[in-house]
Ligand binder design. Sequence first.
Ligand SMILES: Nc1ncnc2c1ncn2[C@@H]1O[C@H](COP(=O)(O)OP(=O)(O)OP(=O)(O)O)[C@@H](O)[C@H]1O
Length: 246
Amino acid sequence: MIMTAGLSKTFEGGVQAVQGVDIEVEAGEIVGFLGQNGAGKTTTMRMLTTLLRPTSGTATVAGHDLVAEPREVRRRIGYVAQSSPLPSGTPLRDELELQGLLHGLGRRETAARAEEVLARLELTGLDARPAAALSGGQRRRFDVAFALLHDPALLFLDEPTTGLDPQSRAQLWDHIRALRAHRGTTVFLTTHYLDEADALCDRLLVIDHGRIVAEGTPAQLKTGGRTLDDAFLDITGRALREEAGI
Ligand SMILES: Nc1ncnc2c1ncn2[C@@H]1O[C@H](COP(=O)(O)OP(=O)(O)OP(=O)(O)O)[C@@H](O)[C@H]1O
């Protein structure tokens, strides 16, 4: 579902945010992408979702070449960014309709799809409200519902549960699991919560200084009776990236 070779991004000014990343994700996997602040996670995700052009390297996402066929890639993926894009004042129903039209769905199909994704994320009836009238957990679930409107095969989630209480986090995990179980959706997510990575992901990739430095199932990374937190600190070190001069 995702296959990259030597994917790299150097920003103007010379920051080498991502340096030769090789990623392989199979259809139906839930893969966690871990790394410190500034390690290169969002930059990688923005490249994989066609929002940022790679400096070098190649990638196939959802069966299409990232650079040569960005529209085909976009039709097959959903992306939930770190901060919610929902405007605070517009009824969410209107936003869903607009989103459907942007994806080339007719009004009737959009309405049917909206009903389905709202039900799936336990949000039925809340779409008459604007985003400002939702709790943090409801809002985040709405972000996911939006990203699922066009029924993508691959869902990218950038820190989906940051700021949510434990109940809302667990509820969102259940929704992500159900999505894979019922639709076969592939999920690629970033998180700083290692308990989340441990509980939810089939496989983990660890990025540091723009390079993949470890990869495996949670059990494979936790060798020697370590917690995933300990394993992560052993892999990436204890220095903050900013203090390390990055
Ligand atoms: N537009 C930009 N111009 C220049 N440098 C950038 C730009 N965007 C990101 N960077 C730099 O690229 C590096 C990787 O940033 P990125 O946002 O990918 O990290 P991250 O792993 O997602 O971090 P976080 O966990 O804080 O979200 C950082 O050093 C960051 O300062």
